[in-house]
Design a protein around this ligand. Structure first.
Ligand SMILES: Nc1nc2c(ncn2[C@@H]2O[C@H](COP(=O)(O)OP(=O)(O)OP(=O)(O)O)[C@@H](O)[C@H]2O)c(=O)[nH]1
Length: 266
């Protein structure tokens, strides 16, 4: 976390408090149509029934061609800095950001990977288990948009049912007309990839904070909803040569008053 930020008692900076559901950048370029936190997520958050979601560290990976501005994008959000000199990322780098979402602590690890081919193997080993996949391209470089498909396939392969984004950076370099031209192709590409499109500028900060807030809102909502919905856990025990499944009601996150006795079945 950058110095100079007001940090609250729960170790979360004041500018990392998320109390409203961040909307998509472009209504026609998102597979995520929800406009608000799920009512069950809101209720569980206000009643502190957030299970492991507030304890775990969620993971975001950012991938894309060389020099599209991945490091600058992360640095703009995490440190409010912009470096105009290019320094290639060697392998991977990461930042940790703490949020408070609907008063629940939520930690996001942001993995910034190298775009250079020679570091691809190292970077790819960090894609595993990602909850958020961000494929970045340079809005002023059509070639980098042409390559987003392979980045999305590679990064999503071992991810954990991720929320997917296509982020066009360097918006500051384009006129309105030039932007509209590339936007239509980017939206088409995002829809094809099942990803949500954002146009940002790491240089002037345009949409950077909004983007990360959107990413954590969607991730928190989906992780907590999954946890709330998995009310039934099935564990298996090997007894002799028989596999016995024990189904038990795990109602901790729901109304405790509805708790029932564990049931056994074969
Ligand atoms: N005009 C403008 N330049 C940018 C922006 N973001 C990054 N740059 C410049 O683009 C160059 C590359 O930025 P990086 O963030 O290092 O790119 P990267 O994608 O992390 O590169 P690799 O680590 O090699 O994969 C630098 O010279 C930055 O100053 C932006 O939003 N606008």
């Amino acid at each position: 976390m950058s110095s100079g930020r007001t940090v609250l008692s729960n170790n979360v900076a004041k500018d990392r408090i998320v109390s409203k559901f961040q909307q998509a950048y472009h209504a026609d370029a998102t597979p995520y149509q929800k406009m608000n936190f799920h009512p069950k997520v809101k209720a569980a958050s206000s009643e502190n029934r957030t299970g492991t979601v507030g304890l775990k560290i969620s993971k975001a990976v950012i991938v894309g061609d060389v020099s599209v501005g991945k490091t600058c994008f992360v640095n703009r959000f995490c440190h409010d800095l912009f470096d105009r000199d290019y320094k290639a990322t060697i392998g991977v780098d990461f930042e940790v950001e703490k949020f408070s979402i609907l008063s629940t602590n939520f930690t996001l690890q942001i993995w910034d990977t190298a775009g250079q081919e020679r570091f691809k193997c190292i970077a790819a080993s960090y894609y595993r288990g990602a909850n958020v996949v961000i494929v970045a391209f340079d809005l002023s470089d059509e070639e980098s948009l042409n390559n987003v498909e392979k980045w999305m396939v590679d990064a999503s392969e071992n991810a954990n049912d991720p929320v997917k984004f296509l982020v066009g950076n360097k918006r500051d370099l384009l006129s309105e007309a030039a932007y509209e031209d590339i936007e239509s192709r980017a939206v088409e590409k995002a829809n094809k990839l099942g990803a949500e499109f954002w146009a940002v500028s790491a240089k002037n900060g345009l949409n950077v904070r909004e983007f990360f807030f959107r990413a954590v809102c969607l991730t928190y909502d989906s992780l907590l909803l999954n946890e709330l919905e998995s009310t039934k856990t099935v564990s298996s025990k090997q007894i002799g040569s028989n596999l016995i499944s024990i189904q038990k009601e795990n109602t901790d996150l729901y109304e405790a008053k509805n708790k029932q006795k564990s049931k056994c079945c074969s």
